[in-house]
Ligand binder design. Structure first.
Ligand code: PPS
Length: 292
């Protein structure tokens, strides 16, 4: 791993965004008390985090579903390791919803002892790296790398926040028995959103009426989220995300990697990752026309 730089610092084998968190704060999370009703969205970046945050918020909050409450999704389902608005998590009413990109070994001890619930969302890593590359251009907190080839090498070497994609998903999967965990993929959400929402509801023990379910699915569609500033991170402060350079909700599809990666880059990716990915039980979909 490379040493810390202006954009990221290394702590306990993982990278974190500079200036929005500290090593001391990360350490303090070990003792953060988890409630059985807590729910965590866990992802590697660009894998469907905001989408899942929005879905959770819609499932839990009637005021979100019926539009009577005007609350940003990031406030509904805040980041654990990046407590941007210094919220007092302890005084938050249950059920508390959280988001994290952290590796399995850095999350609160209670969570690793099957308290609370975890929804891990994975995405095919070619789309992840391309989405991440584009995002690095609009995020003020990330280093902008203008050459995709260089970004790809950094990604393959795990020199991006929070570290290696393979280690992230591999760690969470290998240690799945330590958690109450549901694994989902971006691709299944894309291909069958209703089915994915139903899976989430079943896992959470939440029973929605057909009408409520319809609303969740409708409001979690790419087009509707793109129109809703509360759900698409357009309300993020300028200090974190530069406006006018692109959108957080960019394409929201499967297989867009082909528009950025060359054949040589794709083969390079395969030679580093694909063999190792065989150990993972997920069926990754690389193209929108592939079946689940
Ligand atoms: S982050 O920065 O880690 O929180 O990013 P993350 O939210 O994980 O990933 C952003 C990508 O998810 C896409 N997205 C969606 N796709 C389909 N439908 C919906 N509703 C949706 N919401 C977010 C978003 O467009 C980013 O992917 P790309 O490929 O860049 O478009």
């Amino acid at each position: 791993m490379e040493p810390s730089n202006k954009y990221m610092f290394k702590h306990k084998g993982a990278y974190f965004v500079q200036n929005v968190t500290t090593a001391e704060y990360i350490d303090s999370l070990e003792d953060f008390e988890i409630r059985d009703s807590d729910v965590f969205v866990v992802t590697y970046p660009k894998s469907g985090t905001v989408w899942s945050q929005n879905i959770l918020s819609l499932i839990y909050h009637e005021g979100h579903r019926d539009g009577t409450e005007n609350i940003n999704v990031i406030d509904r389902v805040p980041w654990l390791e990046y407590n941007l608005y210094k919220v007092d998590f302890v005084s938050r009413p249950s059920p508390r919803l959280f988001t994290t990109h952290m590796f399995y070994n850095l999350v609160p001890r209670d969570l690793r002892n099957r308290k609370g619930k975890v929804i891990y969302v994975a995405r095919n890593p070619k789309d992840v790296v391309v989405s991440y590359f584009h995002f690095s251009k609009i995020s003020v907190t990330l280093e902008t790398v203008s050459d995709f080839n260089i970004f790809l090498e950094k990604f393959l070497a795990g020199k991006v926040i929070p570290g290696s994609w393979l280690d992230h998903i591999g760690g969470w999967f290998t240690h799945r028995d330590d958690f109450n965990i549901l694994f989902l993929t971006f691709e299944e959400m894309k291909k069958d959103l209703r089915g994915a929402v139903l899976k989430i509801c079943k896992f959470l023990g939440k029973q929605l009426t057909e009408k409520e379910l319809d609303t969740v699915v409708e409001k979690a569609s790419f087009d509707n989220m793109k129109r809703d500033a509360r759900a698409n991170y357009e309300n993020m402060p300028e200090s974190l995300q530069e406006r006018g350079k692109g959108h957080f909700l960019r394409k929201g599809t499967i297989g867009d990697w082909k528009n950025t990666m060359t054949v040589v880059q794709s083969e390079r990716f395969d030679s580093v990752f694909k063999e190792k990915m065989k150990e993972l039980p997920f069926k990754f979909i690389w193209d929108i026309n592939e079946d689940l």
